[in-house]
Design a protein around this ligand. Structure first.
Ligand code: GLU
Ligand code: MG
Length: 446
């Protein structure tokens, strides 16, 4: 699990890393973090500044806790507007030379106050705290986020039109996809699969499960890498929830499994499909909190144009073995290691740290309360008169989030309120806009 290190330890790591990076031809290091709207923000330093940056961080305006998808800012009582400063501190444990951006390396960043304390609004810190809470119960979570994207040409038109999962698309983009695969692999990522998805120009990569913070870091790195490879092929990338109205969108499905002492609790247990009691309680906690969790995992007004029935997006609050229209799909896999649950209702606009941390917090609450899963949904929930539809607008999801004492406590007041303000701000931003306007305004932002 990632740990926080002292200033002296961080500086020492930078002193060791810098000559190695220089020998590899690296000139600068980019530090990434994801804001509450789901946009990845970066700052970079030349290699000569890495040690200072690792020790003290680089300046980061606190107002980015309140930035909306259009780069405007909202406020909360604890926001300081244009004043104040935070320190963006790279985690050099995850320092990665970027295969598709020669001369550059990347590291995910934690945010600290100027005094050196963890910033309570730091999303990565939230995921770390949630992972530690699981650890205190003698368990661990392994997670992974699938990355779907639309590749478009310079004019913004989807760059492949062949059938979903089609060989045509794969052949047309053979060199591009090979480079995506190689760049990810050279960066130490364990790619599991790469395929053309259903929507025009859409592709998907999945990577192996890891610890919660690592999985969120990986989601950021995978997306960054795909974008960089695409740029080298003259392609633009969209991770927006919806690229074209009426088509399948870009999901950000979260896979997770709960482990105790090297044993996957989603396999070989006495419960339904081999679930151990702890795994069932955990998943029941996630299922129960889904309407509020949507404010973390489906953060945009555009998210609700994706999250509709019959688009494989998981628009119903139910669970089922290999049920791709259920928000929670149980997967038994071919081996004990592979058994996991997939939360399908989340999309690619989500901040991966918020979504994984939120799911862990909900799962733990389910565990503590001993919640049971309801009866399984074995068919398309849209065909059942009884199915429980998830929120259908950003406002509705935000209302559920506002009522969630669980998420309020888990996120901590400052982060919870900042997310709330950003969701309300975006709901207001798009309140009077048509669906097409919302898609247009978000298509190239994530
Ligand atoms: N693109 C779909 C979504 O929006 C998911 C397709 C699939 O992988 O089943 O979630
Ligand atoms: Mg997919």
């Amino acid at each position: 699990m990632t740990t926080t290190r002292s200033r002296a330890e961080r500086a020492a790591r930078a002193r060791t890393a810098a000559p190695q990076l220089a020998a590899e031809g690296i000139d600068g290091v980019v530090f990434g973090w994801v804001d509450n709207a789901g946009l990845t923000r970066v700052k970079s330093v030349p290699l000569a500044q890495l040690e200072h940056a690792a020790e003290y961080g680089v300046g980061a305006a606190p107002c980015f806790d309140f930035s909306l998808v259009d780069d405007s800012f909202t406020r909360t009582p604890s926001s300081t507007g244009p004043t104040g400063d935070l320190r963006l501190v790279p985690d050099l444990d995850r320092l990665t030379p970027l295969a598709a951006q020669p001369g550059w390396a990347w590291a995910p960043a934690d945010r600290y106050t100027q005094g050196g304390a963890p910033h309570p609004g730091c999303q990565r810190g939230f995921t770390r705290r949630a992972a530690e809470a699981v650890g205190r119960r003698g368990m661990s979570v392994r997670a992974g986020i699938e990355v779907e994207w639309v590749a478009a040409d310079a004019a913004g038109t989807p760059a492949a039109h062949g059938p979903g999962y089609g060989m045509t698309r794969f052949v047309e983009h053979s060199d591009y996809l090979r480079e995506v695969l190689n760049a990810l692999t050279r960066q130490g990522l364990a790619v599991l699969q790469l395929h053309p998805e259903y929507a025009a120009g859409q592709f998907e990569v999945s990577v192996a499960a890891e610890g919660p913070v690592e999985a969120a870091d990986t989601a950021m790195l995978v997306r960054h890498t795909i974008r960089a490879v695409s740029a080298r092929h003259g392609l633009r990338v969209s991770y927006a929830p919806v690229f074209s109205g009426g088509e399948l969108g870009n999901g950000g499905h979260v896979h997770l499994s709960l482990w105790r002492q090297g044993r996957n609790l989603a396999h070989g247990g006495p419960g339904r499909h081999g679930l151990h009691p702890e795994a069932e309680h955990f998943l029941a906690g996630v299922l129960s909190e889904l309407p509020a969790l949507l404010a973390l995992g489906a953060p945009s007004a555009a998210s609700y144009l994706r999250l509709v029935p019959s688009r494989f997006a998981g628009a119903y609050r139910c669970w089922g073995l290999e049920n791709r229209e259920a928000a929670l799909r149980l997967i038994t896999g071919s081996t004990a290691e592979q058994a996991n649950a997939e939360v399908k209702c989340f999309d690619a606009a989500a901040n991966p740290y918020l979504v994984i941390g939120g799911v862990l917090a909900a799962g733990l609450a389910g565990l503590d309360a001993g919640l049971q899963l309801p009866p399984e949904t074995r068919s398309d929930p849209a065909t059942l008169g009884t199915a429980d539809r998830l929120p259908t607008t950003l406002s509705e999801a935000t209302d559920a989030y506002e009522k969630s004492a669980l998420l309020r406590k888990a996120l901590g007041r400052e982060l919870y309120e900042a997310v709330l303000a950003v969701r309300r701000g975006e709901a207001e931003l798009f309140a009077t806009r048509t669906d097409e306007d919302v898609i247009e305004a978000t298509r190239w932002r994530y």
